[in-house]
Design a protein around this ligand. Structure first.
Ligand code: PBG
Length: 338
């Protein structure tokens, strides 16, 4: 041969070569586990659409957190389902509400061994299932809604939440929450902004889990349309200007371009949320023998890190931490042929 061949394959020869040459690694510290806590149930309710997950009671939620801590998963994102829903979603800012009570119990039991993030939205709390207060014509009233988010955020902070995660995609929500937190003495409580949350079909299993499917219409009047990317940069810029501490992209795998763009453009850490439909697809594909669920799990989360996310919110958080703890530090997709 007359030309010199470059040989990148030299670094792929053995598992240890590949480990040394890895550009990205998964670590238990990256992961956040979403959890559902429900008020009007006597025992945990398994989720038929999201295998291995359940709606927790106030008693079972602490055992769930304990199990996560055992495998090194130290961060949770809490969603609450109240017994009583109304048109305003007023249980969201009830200081004795389900989310607030769960935060207090988890904090009392585990102190600061666990980082508690609370979802701040109204869809789990409203009787109509929309993420805010409705106008007479059935639209979500942006400016009235963000005042309610601010009240809910203060109530969650009072209960002991470390980070508030507003997920409603209302304009000005981060600013309204930041202002209210500061006014009430919670300058240290951070905001994880759902900056680019798309109106996606992939939230199906979540809506069973959180009992929050809209009773009419859909969320495309407030969540982003899948056709848009530049708009995500605008959303992220506005969130940063309003005081967000971290940005989130959701869903994750069909939006890797958005994750990469925000990671490149913003100085804030970027979180990716591998949502319920994505995790369910990985699970179901594994169950049908299309691929190994374990390999798909690792490959999917590596893709999010490669794209630039440093915070990984996923229903596989516990399973990933267990995998990393039991199968060594290698963050590579396992090589065994399935
Ligand atoms: C709304 C909310 C949703 C999810 C998180 N927060 C559902 C929606 O927007 O309809 C979806 C998360 C998932 O699918 O895992 N508060």
């Amino acid at each position: 041969m007359s030309f010199p061949i470059e040989r990148p394959r030299r670094l792929r020869r053995t598992a240890l070569h590949r480990e040394l040459a890895a550009e990205h690694r998964l670590h238990p510290g990256d992961f956040v586990a979403p959890l559902f806590v429900r008020e009007d149930i006597a025992a945990p309710v398994p989720l038929t659409l999201l295998a291995g997950h359940q709606q927790e009671t106030l008693e079972s939620i602490t055992s769930r957190v304990e199990a996560l801590l055992t495998v090194g998963c130290t961060k949770v994102l809490l969603f609450g389902i109240p017994a009583r829903k109304d048109a305003e979603g007023s249980e969201a800012w009830n200081d004795a509400g389900i989310v607030q009570e769960a935060v207090r119990r988890i904090r009392a039991r585990f102190g600061h061994d666990v980082l508690i993030i609370t979802d701040c939205c109204l869809d789990e709390f409203t009787s109509h299932g929309h993420c805010g207060i409705l106008t007479e014509t059935g639209d979500v009233d942006n400016d009235a809604t963000i005042l309610s988010y601010a009240k809910a955020a203060v109530s969650q902070a009072k209960a002991g939440a470390d980070i508030i995660a507003p997920s409603g995609m209302m304009d000005g929500q981060v600013g309204a929450i930041r202002e209210a937190l500061d006014e009430h003495g919670f300058a240290d409580v951070a905001i994880l902004a759902y900056s680019a949350k798309y109106a996606s079909c992939l939230y199906g299993p979540f809506r069973e889990a959180a009992d929050c499917a809209p009773q009419f219409g859909d969320r495309s009047g407030y969540q982003m349309q899948p056709a848009n990317a530049i708009e995500a940069l605008r959303e992220a810029r506005l969130d940063a200007e309003e005081g967000a501490d971290m940005l989130m992209v959701k869903p994750a795998l069909w939006y890797l371009d958005i994750i990469a763009a925000l990671a490149h453009e913003s100085e804030l850490p970027v979180a990716a949320y591998l949502v319920s439909g994505e995790c369910a697809m990985i699970h179901d594909g594994g169950a049908r023998g299309l691929f190994s669920e374990e390999r798909a799990m690792v490959e999917a989360h590596l893709a999010l890190k490669r794209a630039g996310a440093t915070i990984l919110i996923s229903y596989y958080a516990g399973a990933m931490c267990e995998y990393l703890a039991t199968k060594g530090t290698a963050a590579h997709v396992p090589q065994a042929v399935h």
